[in-house]
Ligand binder design. Structure first.
Ligand SMILES: Cc1cc2nc3c(=O)[nH]c(=O)nc-3n(C[C@H](O)[C@H](O)[C@H](O)COP(=O)(O)OP(=O)(O)OC[C@H]3O[C@@H](n4cnc5c(N)ncnc54)[C@H](O)[C@@H]3O)c2cc1C
Ligand code: FES
Length: 282
């Protein structure tokens, strides 16, 4: 974990309220792994704000963030050349079983941020499918140019990644929620990775066959699961409110089947099965 004052090399609003920011952070870029996050000190705010590492090259890291409050608004207003205080990389990472070849990535909204990094790092060795859901086409814009119906390269998704957009209003891609088409891919997937809102995780936990010994969900019908999913590991990144971000304050503690866990220290990546979803509210 390094604390550095990092220069912003670009900060672009790639769709309304969504920013892609690149920062010169060689120490963090050299060691960051998909699933890990950094925290940013935002002017006037006591608590640092956490963001997933969205991409990394040899000397820079990228953040993809949505403006939701004071911290993200302040960050969005930073210009090229401005410096920001970054701490990271923090937390654990997504892990891939050695024998697994097919990776299914499931993103809801801004949850695409850590999954692009995972797709970039894994697609040379694995077959990767990314299901990306949002309420309407405009919110999928960074990856999907609505007018040309071609992929945009703004988020640098490798060409080999199979990309499946899903919108609630059907304006681009399949109509519905990501969890409506998830069953189509459960037979194919060797491992599943997800980042998105809590309701998406709760719906996924009803659909995905649970780990050995865990009870199969009662509402798992043959209609929903079109191919027998067998046992699938599914890892999710939890974006809870954080205090210190370094394991000191217990502010991000959640209850799991393995006892209380600190999201910043033991996560943010958890096995879907381990979370007691009925007790989680974000
Ligand atoms: C590990 C981790 C990784 C994250 N990665 C990203 C990312 O890559 N891109 C991104 O845009 N955001 C990400 N977030 C969420 C991000 O940290 C918050 O949006 C940010 O801290 C909000 O700060 P703010 O000062 O702008 O908003 P605040 O003024 O603190 O809050 C404004 C509103 O946003 C809500 N909010 C704040 N934090 C969260 C949160 N964590 N989850 C849900 N709602 C929240 C508040 O309840 C409030 O309604 C991540 C969070 C975690 C824990
Ligand atoms: S935010 Fe302080 S322990 Fe996790």
């Amino acid at each position: 974990m390094k604390q550095s004052l990092c220069a912003i090399t670009s900060n672009v609003e790639i769709s309304p309220g969504i920013h892609l920011m690149w920062l010169e952070a060689p120490d963090i870029a050299a060691i960051a792994q998909p699933g890990q996050f950094i925290t940013v000190c935002c002017q006037g705010l006591v608590l640092r704000r956490p963001f997933s590492v969205h991409q990394a090259d040899t000397s820079r890291i990228a953040l993809l963030f949505k403006i939701v409050g004071r911290g993200t608004l302040w960050l969005a207003q930073r210009q090229r050349g401005d410096k920001v205080d970054i701490l990271g990389p923090l937390g654990n990472r997504f892990s891939i079983e050695p024998e697994v070849r097919n990776l299914l990535l499931v993103a809801g909204g801004i949850g695409i941020a850590p999954l692009v990094f995972l797709a970039q790092r894994s697609s040379a060795q694995h077959s990767v499918t990314l299901i990306y859901g949002a309420s309407m086409a405009a919110q999928l814009y960074p990856l999907w140019l609505a007018t040309s119906k071609k992929r945009s390269n703004l988020l640098s998704l490798p060409d080999s990644v199979r990309f499946i957009p899903v919108t609630e209003d059907g304006s681009i891609g399949k109509k519905g929620m990501v969890t409506d088409i998830l069953p189509d891919f459960l037979g194919w997937a060797g491992q599943i990775y997800a980042c998105g809102p809590i309701d998406m995780y709760k719906a996924m936990s009803d659909l995905i066959c649970h780990s050995e010994g865990a009870e199969r969900p009662k509402n798992l019908t043959q209609d929903k699961v079109r191919k027998e999913p067998k046992l699938k590991r599914c890892q999710v990144s939890l974006e809870v409110r954080m205090g210190c971000g370094i394991g000191a304050c217990y502010g991000c503690t959640i209850n799991t089947r393995k006892g209380p866990k600190k999201v910043c220290h033991d996560g943010p990546v958890f096995e879907l099965d381990d979370i007691l979803w009925e007790e989680v509210s974000i």
